[in-house]
Design a protein around this ligand. Sequence first.
Ligand SMILES: Nc1ncnc2c1ncn2[C@@H]1O[C@H](COP(=O)(O)OP(=O)(O)O)[C@@H](O)[C@H]1O
Ligand SMILES: [Mg+2]
Length: 553
Amino acid sequence: MSSLGGQPIFILKEGSQRTRGRDAQSGNIAAAKAVASAVRTTLGPKGMDKMLVDTIGDVVITNDGVTILKEMDIEHPAAKMMVEIAKTQDDEVGDGTTTAVVIAGELLKRAEDLLDQDVHPTVIAHGYRMAADRAQDILDEIAVDVKPDDMAMLKKLADTAMTGKGAEAAKEKLTELVVKAITMVADADGSVDTEFVKVEKKVGGSIEESEIVEGMIIDKERVHPAMPRAVKSAKILLLNAAVEFKKTEVDAEISITSPDQLQMFLDEEERMIKGIVDKIIASGANVLFCQKGIDDIAQHYLAKAGIFAVRRVKKSDMEKLARATGAAVVSSIDAISPEELGKAGSVEERKVSGEEMIFVTECENPKAVSIIIRGGTEHVVDELDRAIEDALRVVSVAVEDKKFVAGGGAPEIELSLRLREYAASVGGRAQLAIEAFANALEIIPRTLAENAGLDPIDMLVALRAAHEKGGKNAKYMGLDVFNAVSGDMLKAGVIEPLRVKTQAIASAAEAAVMILRIDDVIASSKSAGPSPEEMAAMGGGMGGMGGMGMPPM
Ligand SMILES: Nc1ncnc2c1ncn2[C@@H]1O[C@H](COP(=O)(O)OP(=O)(O)O)[C@@H](O)[C@H]1O
Ligand SMILES: [Mg+2]
């Protein structure tokens, strides 16, 4: 900041807002805490749901942290950073979004206490980073191994992820579907892409009627009613080329001067299309999924040949069909050959809740499968979909990493104990920050207790005591919210993939540190004030013109 001859110098546009130092920090922390408290009540199996109504009156009822934050119209920049944590968590592991945001909020709250005691923000940031690094090591130490084919364990992981998400009534069934689907699409090298589990929602029927299809469901109909409705021992051609008369690329005009010429033209068109269909027939295919169009004449010939054909199939569905049936996607008519075809025991058009869908089933060793979710209303089906998506990701992460930790607040209590010990060993000013970090993690068991209507202090005391007692299973002691006692979460089957915790803590710490290190917020005005050039033209540095007048020092 400088001044020329006592005149203040303006460097920002008129109307810009600037807050600095402690005020900037307080504002950011308050906004971030507000976001955390908005989702806190939804945490855990006894968490409440939120009803979100958007500007056009559409309603979403959910318990899912990231969904809530995405639907809320959040403006404050620091609050937006909290939303980013939830999104990152969702992208990376698909679960633990509320946990990450709640921990970040608590880290900031504890940081504020330290700021009040005049601990410098960079000291807090440094301590938080040390604590976050140590937390990763501790989590690795307390993690438990799981075999990718241990169906019982995988089901428990899916179960924990779905608890409290409106799936209670049919959890047994749904966890079964999820685990089966993931083990089917897992690659030999142990990696899993949940993209290849297609989830189709259908309103109507009961949750119990949800099913897994060992193959694909395509939300389409066959192109012509004269085609067979069902094909057994299907030989499937996946074609990414139009079965149509080639339209000229350039804008050509064909002038037809006599009826004979018109007939010749039409004959030529028909002959060409018949040629394409003959190629398809010659390949031995009896089912055609085409990513592009199939015109009327082609439909007629295909139907006549008894071929089941579908047009304008989505690219993503084509890829899944390829994985499910072993077919290759053929991208030109000339490349059609018997080697490119895939197989399925059955391809059939069926009515589901009054709508036609195509079922490609009885695939040999399908590497892509579908789950159809049924439920009474759209809200039910939507929330089930979110629960299943979480569970699919959780199971796939566990299959990939082969590691899990206990749930119910057990790892957070263990972490806070061990981090307090670590803090003492570090000493100095960082100790205060590491202790604050340790205490902040207890927000998870505390919130689980509060949301279950239990006394949080009593539960925390009991949990700390259980962990301090030591012994083989002490580190797995967590909050059994259904029986209001502390218990061994491994025995209770409340378990989560290791990655859910490591990611939640890492991104919460990162966001908290980032927010803490900001001590200057400069927001440009939305209304167009004079530009710097205009200011200069006005003679520059005119006091009282508004803008960001900085007092001369
Ligand atoms: N049956 C249970 N008993 C106790 N805690 C549970 C149980 N099921 C899940 N939890 C805990 O609930 C928390 C997750 O709650 P959830 O609402 O799914 O939030 P998130 O968005 O963070 O996944 C985790 O700490 C998990 O261990
Ligand atoms: Mg969850």
